[in-house]
Unconditional design. Structure first.
Lengths: 229, 282
């Protein structure tokens, strides 16, 4: 009999290990962030500093693309199962969102305490209004949002080789193109982003992100089951 | 063990597999032969649940097979499969973690036997070595059914010899059903017990290999002498040149009239006769 949990953890570990393109791209963004910090401190640019921590969001966007487009087949070719891949990836995204959120909070805290008096620090935790609720709540709010981003990217990448993937791309593009110019529709879009990001109430923001994450990942199950190798 | 009921697979207008129904028994090595494009890879992929048939049903141990229900009793690794680009010992360790049935000891032994450097990364291996590594991953999986797609591609005679030994070692240690697609027809008789021939998506022929040794032969003689004899025999192919006729037969030996000589037919010659190729073609 298979030891499911061992296989799931092993797949999650492999997914983290073989994300070199995501690590490289995130690294490049971090270097840009370091330049931005040095330039702000030395007066080369104004004192608006985009916090390095923000660039870890890039990892949350790219990692799922690599996991789906590259790692999936490699796991299958080591006789891994789709079931274990499904739960292994979920583990990746929970750990990934948790780690990125933690790193972001720590870096932002350090930046605020060391550079806060000389620079205007722009961190998404602050911009989105989560920091007002305290460090721990901000961590949970950011975690929920990052989890939603990762799972959305994972599922969207998974359907790219199917007709409904293209339909989804068109729908997303249409939402951006049609909804933004028309004020009534734009307000719908604003309401949605207010719900999952700029929500002044903590619980609806967290639960809407977690609910959407679970819902999208449940929708991913039949997609994975139909996936050819 | 494996049941195919009226299975077809279409890609657009072309039929890769055309209405195949058959049973595959357990603990036997099958050799799957067919020309390029005969449907061998599609056949194996459907049994493994890597792709769905367009029509029909496949069952493995009584359970229906599809991409949603990939049988856990089957190991099929595409011979061109790209693995994670890490050292071979790490790859076999990963495979062992993904499935407790994986025989790590056997895999490491085979890595040594095939002179694969376990510290080398998968991407640094030659094409032939990559195929061998993928094959040994399948054989070490300890699953009831192992499907190998052209595992001998790109291997020299020495490596092929080692492959047959690997196959026999694996089968002796843990008897299982192995289906191997190959173009190296005569060599496969060393390991395979049964022959399956696909042609244009159809199952053209199926027989134990030992039967082919016994029943496949050719009759050579004058047309007047050979043609009447063929009426009662299972004739695979007939060629007439001038007044002489050569017929490839798959049937019991019968007493022959004077003027007809009987020659044994090798597996390769039998296959070429069966799929309609001209043996004398350049």
């Amino acid at each position: 009999m298979k030891n499911r949990s061992k296989a799931i953890w092993a797949i999650a570990a492999a997914n983290f290990r073989y994300l070199v393109p995501a690590y490289i791209v995130t690294g490049v963004f971090l270097l840009v962030g370091v330049y931005n910090l040095i330039a702000s401190l030395t007066g080369l640019i104004d004192n608006n500093y985009v916090d390095i921590a923000n660039y870890f969001y890039v990892f949350a966007v790219i990692a799922p693309i690599i996991i789906v487009s590259r790692n999936f087949k490699r796991v299958m070719y080591l006789n891994g199962s789709k079931h274990d891949f499904y739960f292994g990836c979920f583990l990746n995204y929970v750990i990934g969102a948790g780690s990125i959120s933690l790193i972001d909070i720590i870096i932002f805290l350090i930046a605020k305490n060391t550079l806060g008096s000389t620079l205007v620090i722009w961190n998404l935790v602050d911009v989105f209004g989560w920091w007002e609720h305290g460090m721990v709540i901000a961590y949970v709010q950011q975690f929920s949002f990052l989890l939603l981003i990762e799972i959305f990217m994972h599922t969207l990448t998974s359907i790219q080789n199917r007709w409904y993937g293209w339909v989804m791309d068109i729908i997303l593009a249409a939402i951006l193109i049609v909804f933004i110019p028309i004020s009534e529709l734009r307000s719908l879009l604003v309401q949605f982003f207010n719900l999952i990001i700029f929500n002044q109430r903590i619980s609806p923001q967290i639960f809407s992100c977690l609910f959407l994450s679970v819902l999208i990942y449940m929708l991913y199950l039949p997609i994975l089951q139909r996936k050819k190798i | 063990m494996i049941k195919l009921k009226n299975v077809s697979k279409h890609y657009g207008k072309s039929n890769a597999i055309d209405n195949i129904s058959m049973n595959i028994d357990e603990n036997k090595i099958y050799c799957l032969l067919g020309c390029n494009g005969a449907g061998k890879t599609t056949f194996l992929k459907m049994i493994a649940g890597h792709i769905n048939p367009s029509a029909g049903e496949i069952e493995v141990n009584g359970n229906s097979v599809s991409t949603a229900k990939m049988p856990e009793d089957i190991s099929f690794i595409d011979n061109r499969a790209k693995q994670f680009n890490t050292s071979l010992d790490k790859l076999v360790l990963m495979a062992a973690r993904y499935d407790d049935r994986f025989d790590l000891e056997f895999a490491l032994k085979m890595i040594t036997k095939f002179h694969l450097n376990k510290d080398k990364k998968f991407g640094q291996l030659s094409f032939g070595m990559q195929i061998i590594f993928n094959t040994l991953l399948s054989l070490a999986s300890n699953r009831q059914i192992v499907l190998l797609d052209e595992p001998l591609l790109g291997l020299d005679a020495i490596m092929r010899n080692k492959f047959y030994n690997l196959l026999n070692d694996s089968f002796e240690k843990n008897p299982k059903t192995i289906i191997i697609s190959s173009h190296l027809i005569d060599e496969m008789t060393r390991s395979a017990g049964e022959l399956l021939i696909l042609d244009e998506g159809k199952l053209l022929f199926r027989s134990p290999i030992s039967d082919i040794d016994e029943k496949a032969y050719s009759l050579i003689g004058t047309t007047e002498a050979v043609v009447p004899v063929l009426e009662t025999l299972n004739v695979i192919n007939v060629k007439t040149l001038g007044r002489h006729t050569t017929a490839c037969v798959f049937d019991k030996h019968v007493p022959m009239a004077d003027g007809i000589s009987v020659q044994s037919v090798g597996l390769q010659e039998f296959f070429i006769n069966l799929v309609g190729g001209d043996f004398d073609e350049e």
